[in-house]
Design a protein around this ligand. Structure first.
Ligand SMILES: O=C(CO)[C@H](O)[C@H](O)COP(=O)(O)O
Length: 244
C-alpha cells in the first residue's frame, strides 16, 4: 500500500515539475520583477528560475509571498525584492493552488500564506498558476477537502466563525498547528479558519460578503484572478488553461 502511495506522490511531483518548468520557460525574461508564491510546487518553479537566470546571466527581482518563499529565494541565490520598494505593477506572479476550476478560480491558503499571496499576486499584470492534475476540479470543493481558508484577527476568530456558519452554513474550524500546541499563527500574526461549506455558492458574492465581516483579513478565494494555469498530468504532458 505504501509503495503505491509513494509512486502516486512521485508521479504527482513529476507532473508539478513539468508544469512548473513550462510556466517559467514561457514567462521569464531578463530584468523582470516577479511575485513568488508559496508551497511545495514553488520549489520546482524557483529551481527553474534559478537555473535559467544562472545560464543566461539575467537579473530578475523576486518578491516573496511568505516567509517560506523568502527563504527559497535566498537559498537559491535569487535577488530578493520588497513590494514596498516597487513603484510599478509586477511583470507576473507565479504561484500554486489547492484547487483550480475550469473558470480559473482558485482555492488557496492550504499552506496558510493567503494574505501575502493575494497582495502580491494581484499586484502583477499576470498571475500564472502551476499545479498537478489532482488539483483540477469541475466544481469548488470536489478535490480540496480542507475548506476555504479565512485569515482572521485572533480576537475575532469565534465571532467570525459564528457569523460565517450562520450566514453561509457549513462549519468554520480554527486551524490547529501540527508543530506546536494551539492555533496556527500566520506570517502576519493572525489565525486561520477553514470554512467547510456544505453547498455551492456564488463565490464572487460570498467573497465580497466575507470581506465585509469585521475581523476577516483575507480569504483563500481567488476568483477570476489567474490569467493562466499550467496543469501537469501524470503522463508527463502539461495542459494550459486560459480564460475563453
Ligand atoms: O496557497 C498556498 C499556500 O498558502 C499554496 O499555493 C497551496 O497550499 C498549494 O501548495 P502546494 O504547492 O504545496 O500543493
Amino acid at each position: 500500500m505504501n509503495s503505491v502511495h509513494n509512486s502516486v506522490d512521485n508521479k504527482k511531483d513529476i507532473a508539478r515539475k513539468q508544469a512548473a518548468y513550462a510556466a517559467v520557460e514561457e514567462h521569464l525574461l531578463n530584468c523582470q520583477t516577479i511575485g513568488v508564491g508559496s508551497g511545495q510546487t514553488m520549489v520546482h518553479v524557483i529551481d527553474r528560475i534559478a537555473e535559467l537566470i544562472r545560464q543566461r546571466g539575467w537579473s530578475v527581482r523576486c518578491i516573496p509571498t511568505s516567509y517560506q518563499a523568502k527563504q527559497l529565494i535566498l537559498e537559491r541565490g535569487l535577488r530578493l525584492f520588497e513590494l514596498e520598494h516597487c513603484d510599478e505593477e509586477l511583470d507576473w506572479s507565479v504561484d500554486s493552488a489547492d484547487e483550480v476550476d475550469s473558470e480559473l478560480n482558485l482555492i488557496k491558503g492550504g499552506g496558510g500564506c493567503l494574505l501575502q499571496e493575494k497582495i502580491v499576486d494581484t499586484a502583477a499584470h499576470t498571475l500564472v498558476i502551476v499545479c498537478d492534475e489532482s488539483k483540477y476540479s469541475v466544481q469548488f470543493g470536489h478535490k480540496w477537502k480542507g475548506g476555504i481558508p479565512l485569515e482572521v484577527v485572533p480576537m475575532a476568530w469565534s465571532l467570525v466563525k459564528r457569523r460565517v456558519e450562520c450566514q453561509f452554513g457549513g462549519s468554520a474550524l480554527l486551524r490547529e498547528s501540527l508543530g506546536k500546541l494551539g492555533p496556527v499563527v500566520t506570517d502576519n500574526g493572525n489565525f486561520i479558519l477553514d470554512w467547510h461549506f456544505d453547498q455551492q455558492h456564488n463565490w464572487e458574492e460570498v467573497d465580497f460578503q466575507l470581506h465585509q465581516m469585521p475581523g476577516v483579513i483575507e480569504t483563500g478565494l481567488f476568483i477570476q484572478l489567474a490569467s493562466k494555469i499550467y496543469v501537469g498530468n501524470m503522463d508527463g504532458s502539461v495542459n494550459r488553461l486560459v480564460l475563453k
